[in-house]
Structures are given as structure tokens and as C-alpha cells.
Design a protein around this ligand. Sequence first.
Ligand code: DLL
Length: 434
Amino acid sequence: MSGYWDPHIERMPLKDLHALQEDRLKSIVRYVYDHSAFYRQRFKDAGVEPGDIKSLADVTKLPFTRKVDLRDTYPTGMFSAPKSQVVRYHVSSGTTGKPTVVGYTRGDIETWSESLARALTSIGLGRDDTIQVAYGYGLFTGGLGLHYGAERIGAAVLPIGTGSTERQIELMQDLGTTAIACTPSYFLHIMEVAEKMGVSIQEDTNLKAGIFGAEPWSIETRKRIEEGTGINAYDIYGTSEISGPLCTECMQQKGIHIWGDIFLTEVIDPKTGEPVDDGERGELVFTTLHKFALPLIRYRIGDLSVMTNEVCECGRTHPRILRIMGRTDDMLIIRGINVFPSQVESVLMKIPEVGDHWEIIVDRKGVLDMMTVKVELTEKGFSDKIGDLMRLKKKVSKELKGVLNIAAEVDLVEPGTIPRSMGKAKRVTDNRKV
Ligand code: DLL
């Protein structure tokens, strides 16, 4: 088992952690009320004042905030700190709408780095490690976020960013990279390119850990990565609004530790906004307890997960969320049935003939929704015999129908034909919306 970066905080008895959260909640509510016209108005509309927040349970008196609020107040209308205290901006790519801008004070960058230092230590990394940061640098939070966290623990950082896949593999060998941080879909591509170059990640590199996130990925994909390379693949979570990548699983790989001194996490029913029970699935809502340029109060993040407050076997007391199963707005409704891309991934990754890359295409023919799942086969799974392909197509369709409860058209394609992504993979094309 790995050590702790900040044992006092990470193992804090729950009673003390809750007391700290309560103090910080009261302070941040007062702070946003005093510093942000946006929050003052929101609180006024909801009929709540800072003095009404007397305990943790009172958080539910506060109004929710959402991504649309950041868009409506673009670029910095939700900030609580004056410009003179802001030392950095990041900007979301805006693939699902107008971009959103997030900002940091020096202290916010410090908290972000500390949070990642705890996380990286919890997966066994330290000053003897070389961490290859292959998330995008720049406006995306992944590259710089991991960079600061990795430097904080004294590891050597290789700030390569995305792309140049052959170079990634060469440098991984030359510099003895022990951990890589990138999207899981990009790592699958790195594995593929390494194989083509005749490099065995297991035999020819020192890689022992992957820090994979920024997009949904299934347990089955983890299994493929771990079995294919001998590394441990850890889930890392965060969103630009809450700073960027912040929290990971520990070596137990039983959920992502969400640092309770930094966030108050709620899980709600996305339809009613009411809290769900511990262990029930719902939408994550974060209140940032220790962030000052852009504090977020009851921010509905849109991601669906399950939270547990059970103390982890690693000794960390902070709540954990289980693998993100998608976003509320990722969910496709096909002929009235809810389909999450993550369900499709789980089915496909269990079928050995299926490669690592796939896509969902949704069309509307007349009044009927049609879902096509385009599936790339592995070299071994690919056959030029029609009979073999037909049998496989039937098998994939049957497995998908078993889980999704609707029929999908399956389109088997040759290895290497689906475009590879260096960052977040785009798995779904919904032609109904355009
Ligand atoms: O993706 C921050 C990040 C960078 C996380 C590097 C992890 C590693 P955004 O671009 O704002 O920020 O996108 C955030 O990505 O709301 C989730 O829907 C999704 N996401 C992030 N991590 C995971 C994960 C970064 N581990 C959005 N599993 C979030 C599933 C994830 N989805």
C-alpha cells in the first residue's frame, strides 16, 4: 500500500472532516455573497441568506447552479475574485455549446496541485517516478493540471502533450517513463502504435501506471489495458469548472476519492433535484469549499455516478464516487429507450474479436430512430469469409440487444478504419439533432 501525501487530512476522522466541511461551507457561502453579484441575486431569488446556513444539511437550502449560468455570464460574470487576484484562465473547448471560462487565484492553483499530489501519491507515485503528461496542454485543464501535481510530488515530468505517438513511445523508453497520463482512448492508440513499432510496453518499457480520464471508460476497457500492458490503469476525474483533473482512485481501485475538505459532494435525482440515498445512482453536485476565483455553489455537473461514504481499505476517509457512467446529456433516447454509450462500450469490450474503437450513429428514418454501432475488429477477429463475419455480427447484435433492450444495426469494419483520437474520443454522432 502506498503512503499518504497529507496523512492528517486524508485520514481525518469523519466527525472532524464534517466539522471542517461545515466551517468551510459557511465561509464560502458568505464569501460568494459578499463578492459576487451573480450569487447575491441567486440567493435573493431563492430567499436564502448566508446566515441561514448553519449546518451541512442546510446546503439543500441553496439554489443549484449549472453550466448554462457560466455561459450566460460569459466570460467572467460568475467570478468572485477581482481580476488582480486571478493568475490563470482555462477555457473549455465548447464542443457542446459556447465555451466557458474558468479562473484561478494563486491559492486555487495551490489547492489544485495539492489535491493531485494526494491523488498521485495514493497510486504509489513519488519522486522516483517519471510521469509522461500526454493530456493536452493549453486551454484544456488536463496537461497543466497533471503537470503541477506531478511536480508537486517531486516526480520528473515529461510534458509531451497529445500527439506524436511514435515519439511518445520512443521517449517513454529512453527516459524510462513509469506513469503516463492521457485519455484512455489515446492510450489504446498508443498500445496499437507500440505494437506496430515492435515495442512491447510490458517488456520494453518501465511503465507501471496509467492515469486515465477526461472521458467515460468501462471496467472492460481497464481490463484490456491492464492485461495488454501489465500496467495498473487508474481512473482520474475532474471537470474544468471544479478546477480540472483533481481526484483519482487509490491502489484499491474501488472508486475515486473526492477530497472532502475541498468539495462538498451531493448526489441528486436529476429529475427532481432531491438527494438520493448513499449508494444510489444520481447526478453529482459539487460545492467547492476552498476555491476563490470561481467558487461554485451546488453546481450540477451533469455526470452520473454513485457515491459511498464508507471508509476505504486504504484508510482514506473521504467520500468516493464510483466510475462515472456518463453524463445526463450523453444519454441517447432511442425509440423511447435510454441508452448510455458506456453500456455499449461495456458490451463490446467483452467480445474478443472486437477491437478497441467503435462509434454510435443515430439517424431518424421517417418517424423511427435507428441506431448503428460501427465496430472495428481486431486483426485476429477480422476474416475475409462472409460466413464468419455474419456469425460475428449476429453475436454482437445479440449481446447489445441483451443489455440495451433495443435492436441496433451492427456494422463491422476493418482494423484501423475508425479515426483515432488524441484527446477525448467522439463516439456518438446523432444525426437527428441536425
Ligand atoms: O476533462 C478534466 C480532466 C482532465 C479530467 C484530465 C481527467 C483528466 P472537462 O473538459 O471540463 O474537464 O470535461 C469534464 O469530462 O464532466 C465528465 O463528463 C468527463 N470526465 C472527466 N473525467 C472522467 C472520468 C476534464 N474519469 C467532463 N470518467 C466531466 C468519465 C469523465 N468521464
